[in-house]
Unconditional design. Sequence first.
Length: 328
Amino acid sequence: MKIFLAPMEGLTDYYMRDMLTRIGGYDACVSEFIRVTDRLLPARTFLQYCPELCVGGRTAAGTPVHVQLLGSDPSVLADNAGLVASLGALHIDLNFGCPAKTVNRHRGGAVLLDEPETLYAIVRAVRSAVPAAIPVTAKMRLGVRDHSRMIENARAFEAAGASALVVHARTKEDGYRPPAHWEAIARICEAVALPVMANGEIWTVEDARRCQAVSGCSDLMLGRGAVTQPVLARRIRGEAVDFFWDDLRHWQADFLALLKLAGELGQPKRFGAPWTERGAIGRYKQWLAMLTRDWPEAVTLFHQVKKLQRFTDVEAVLSAAGPADVAA
Ligand SMILES: Cc1cc2nc3c(=O)[nH]c(=O)nc-3n(C[C@H](O)[C@H](O)[C@H](O)COP(=O)(O)O)c2cc1C
């Protein structure tokens, strides 16, 4: 069984990847998508999205980071893939699942699932531009509005030379609404010989087991569940790991410290968004808001920090927010 941490734009950035892979359980993670339009991006863009390229393409914990590209022009994507490979990318993934309107308007992401010939041309061009030792994979949804082309699309990826396929078991129109249609992944698995990884709505160990049984895939990609339950991957692997609010409080302090250090070192938080104290704290609050799904203590804490904008204030509340305070 392989378990990957999903690419999530604005969420699984360098700092989140660093933390979650240190907590452990992942075979690999995937960068946020890097959008390619009509030209070769400068090397610094790839390094901003994926600073791990400067240290062998792995997180501090040693977990490989796959670089994800999104675009629609096969030859421009191929040129960019060639560049990112020369910068040390260990693996290139192509995004055919993004439902965002701005991206889709420019023929990127999930809308291409109506154009199997374009999917083929993109994967073929990228595959040819990248050394054979570097896997090229595709991440797809089940379709734009329905599942009618999912098999054709999966076969196009296979024929074009993709090494594996990640299937997010929803259509573009489904957005992120449950359920995820894991049974459709089983049909894709029957139609192609490629390794297929299942993705969508895995929040608990029980979800993971059901997804594996229904989809027939042992390999899983975890998205939002990985962020709300940081030991989910390890528990899916069968580790009896204790992880309580106090542990999570420790990791929140660690994450805040990383975000703060980024400012002190003058690092951009992520492409296009220069570091500011307020912005960095916003990243932490975004994670805390997601933690409220599974952690009642996070609800209390979120109310306490939501108006704060300085590290010192947030740190003070976090260090006081032990189990006793929450119970009180
Ligand atoms: C905030 C957010 C950002 C996302 N960004 C990306 C992305 O950059 N590339 C990508 O392929 N998928 C992206 N996704 C989709 C996830 O990788 C994943 O397929 C989806 O969330 C379903 O998995 P889950 O139900 O476990 O969260 C994003 C999802 C979310 C919620």
